[in-house]
Design a binder for this molecule. Structure first.
Ligand SMILES: Cc1cc2nc3c(=O)[nH]c(=O)nc-3n(C[C@H](O)[C@H](O)[C@H](O)COP(=O)(O)O)c2cc1C
Length: 355
């Protein structure tokens, strides 16, 4: 049972500044105080992908556990997988605070964290100490240092250092809070980065190579999307993650902090990120598995992402509003929706809206 204390504690938690609340959540997870989900997942939720078995398709998105401090505690909450990072080669502080804002009335979040993290060495230590011990899928999201002279070299350092301990790797070129990062989604830089990443991975001579995924922004033109899809197919990227946060501000936002600079996530991102996911599924002809992320707050949202073309789904912001017991609720509701519509498994429903 995941402890249902969160709804009682939420008013208190919301009095803390959001970063303090986040540190408290990491602390609670470290000490086993955030709860457990001991109910086995129903078979209908199991997904097999990249030669791995996921007990359910709901994962924790990058940015929560940046330094891989609590991957196993996150899995014990009932997530089917988790993604640590973004990790940059050297530790960096990120942007000045305040840099994380709740948009309570919209169930949204704005952040301009700027890849605050403890660097590749620290993440490696954390992941080595757990690697292969408990099972479960832990992806590693790679970023670049703000002051790095070479983005390519930063991603290659990430592959060398964390490739051996990652269940999958993510090339993150889509965070809005590192100047110039999103320009790396252009055809030429993307082709260069991805081809070198695959070359580096091959040179590592690992028994099993982690799949390499590319995380994209929701703020892309049609031409950008089609270029990215072409490069992804050409290079043979193993997966896409759609999407990161948006710099757009929907006109119907009412939260007081809506004009803060940074990336918007949570409920107000659901429609935009799902339409980008839908576009990518079509552009790659369903040939590259996609993780759908952005604004998932319910089983119905997760189901919408799957029908739009997602094999797996992630969330982060909804946890602020729903607490850890949300994961169980989403899984139960998703299983009910799949059964209702006659799907034998998650995989059978992937891309159903394109038929
Ligand atoms: C505080 C915060 C920090 C984040 N940091 C990262 C990050 O370091 N790397 C990354 O790829 N995405 C990062 N994200 C984006 C999430 O992984 C996710 O793509 C986005 O928040 C949309 O999902 P959501 O609406 O469920 O939160 C961050 C999001 C938030 C809210």
């Amino acid at each position: 049972m995941v402890i249902d204390l969160y709804s009682t504690l939420q008013p208190l938690i919301f009095r803390l500044n959001p970063e303090t609340a986040h540190s408290l959540a990491i602390w609670a997870l470290k000490w086993g105080l955030a709860g457990f989900d001991r109910v086995p997942d129903p078979d209908i939720l199991a997904v097999s992908l990249w030669g791995k078995k996921f007990p359910n398709p709901i994962g924790l998105a990058a940015g929560f556990d940046k330094d891989a401090e609590v991957p196993d505690a996150v899995l014990r909450l009932g997530f089917g997988f988790t993604e640590i990072g973004s990790v940059t080669p050297r530790p960096q502080q990120g942007n000045p605070t305040p840099r994380l804002f709740r948009l309570k009335a919209d169930h949204g979040v704005i952040n301009r964290m700027g890849f605050n993290n403890s660097g590749l060495g620290a993440a490696r230590q954390q992941l080595e100490s757990r690697h292969k011990k408990e099972g479960g899928c832990v992806g590693v999201n790679l970023g670049k240092n703000k002051d790095s002279p070479s983005a390519v070299d930063d991603y290659l350092a990430g592959v060398r250092e964390l490739g051996p301990v990652a269940d999958y790797l993510v090339v993150n070129v889509s965070s809005p809070n590192t100047p110039g990062l999103r320009e790396l989604q252009g055809k030429q830089p993307l082709r260069l980065i991805l081809s070198k990443v695959f070359k580096q991975l091959n040179e590592l001579d690992l028994d099993s190579k982690p799949p390499v995924l590319l995380k994209v922004s929701p703020d892309l033109t049609d031409e950008d999307k089609s270029d990215i899809a072409d490069v992804a197919l050409e290079i043979g990227v193993d997966g896409l993650i759609a999407t990161n946060t948006t710099t757009q501000r929907p006109l119907n936002l009412i939260g007081k902090k809506r004009d803060e600079i940074g990336g918007l996530s949570g409920a107000p991102l659901m429609q935009l990120s799902t339409s980008v996911l839908y576009d990518f599924y079509r552009l790659v002809g369903g040939k590259i598995p996609i993780i759908g992320v952005g604004g998932v707050t319910s089983g119905a949202d997760a189901y919408t992402k799957i029908r739009a073309g997602a094999h797996l789904v992630q969330l982060y912001s909804a946890l602020l509003y729903g607490g850890p017991q949300l994961v169980r609720r989403i899984k139960d509701d998703l299983a009910t929706l799949l059964l209702r519509d006659g799907f034998k498994s998650v995989t059978h429903a992937v891309g159903a809206d394109h038929l």
